[in-house]
Design a binder for this molecule. Structure first.
Ligand code: NCD
Length: 328
């Protein structure tokens, strides 16, 4: 991976493509820095880590919270921020992704935030971009900043901490870049993750986990992840339950009917009773109320869904400061 060359103040990663290569210490450092960013935001204290730097957000897929929080984060660090929409860019005139990336680099961009429908696209971009690349979601592969916002939220809201906590992630795991990156951030931080959904939506997931455990040997050792179709088993006693959006756009007729899924796996008040009495309810958004989660649960007292959104800003500030900060 073209990930390890430059470093700001001892930070060994030049890009953020996924959190699979991060150590527990690196996660800890990013979380502590995010905490300091959150304090600056609360106190409306401007920061200057990215003063004089140019950030471009390049989104080839729809986004509300991710794009907005990257832009707010970059501005809060003093950066000059521009947005490039794939629909209005020369991509529609046939320009290749690499040409677009080189062009953005030639315009003096220090950091490129990129969301792309193709898994791996940010990795390719990182090979051609002179600055830093941050993956804001690539196909069904990875969404590292969401995984960091989720970890930050759990650290903030779990009364007994993340180490040893049981987190159930429920839904279309196969298509979820959030679930894949969450597996890395949460297990590296010591949580036990259970991935749950109907069998068709777990296809390939066990193999993926075996694969990652093998190629990361050291990093993978000791991770606690399991896969099950049994919702009761997944959520009984859980400290946090995360529902995933049913991604209609990625479901080409395969798998259970949406009505059957909703019937069997929707997070309802009754089902939530199985979890730990003070379990947290999470969802990366956007939420399809009544499909994967009931309204009463999504916006009930245990929900931290809006914390996940809000925490996206300080977490993304921390990432950008680590990548681009002094010395890089
Ligand atoms: C997710 C995404 O785009 O990967 N949303 C997000 O960024 N918070 C999840 C989804 O689209 O369902």
């Amino acid at each position: 991976m073209a990930d390890t060359t430059s470093s700001a103040d001892g930070w060994r990663h030049r890009h953020l493509l996924d959190v699979d290569t991060w150590s527990a210490d690196e996660l800890e450092r990013s979380m502590v820095l995010a905490g300091s960013m959150a304090a600056s935001l609360r106190e409306r204290r401007p920061r200057e880590e990215l003063a004089g730097r140019r950030v471009v957000t390049f989104f080839g897929e729809a986004s509300t919270r991710t794009r907005l929080s990257f832009e707010l984060a970059a501005r809060s660090l003093g950066a000059d921020v521009s947005h490039l929409d794939a629909v209005s860019s020369s991509v529609v005139k046939g320009e290749s992704l690499m040409d677009t990336v080189r062009t953005v680099g030639a315009l003096g961009t220090d950091l490129l935030v990129m969301r792309h429908q193709r898994a791996g696209a940010p990795y390719l971009a990182a090979r051609h971009f002179p600055g830093h690349v941050v993956n804001a979601g690539d196909g069904c592969h990875a969404h590292p900043t969401q995984a960091l916002a989720d970890l930050y939220t759990l650290r903030q809201r779990l009364p007994r901490g993340v180490q040893g906590a049981r987190v159930a992630i429920v839904g279309d795991i196969r298509h979820s870049r959030v679930a894949r990156s969450d597996v890395w951030s949460l297990t590296t931080a010591g949580a036990e993750v259970t991935l749950c959904g109907p069998a068709e939506w777990l296809t390939g997931v066990a193999e993926w986990l075996t694969g990652v455990a093998e190629w990361t040997a050291g990093v993978g050792a000791g991770r606690r992840v399991s896969v099950t179709t049994d919702l009761v088993r997944a959520i009984t006693g859980a400290d946090a339950v995360m529902a995933l959006r049913v991604q209609r756009e990625r479901l080409a007729g395969a798998g259970p009917s949406l009505a059957a899924y909703s019937e069997r796996y929707r997070l309802t008040p009754d089902r939530l009773q199985l979890a730990h009495p003070d379990a947290l309810v999470m969802h990366p958004g956007p939420v399809n109320q009544g499909m994967e989660i009931d309204r009463a649960v999504a916006w009930g007292p245990r929900s931290v869904i809006l914390d996940q959104v809000a925490n996206g800003v300080p977490v993304r500030m921390a990432i950008m400061a680590l990548l681009v900060g002094p010395g890089s």
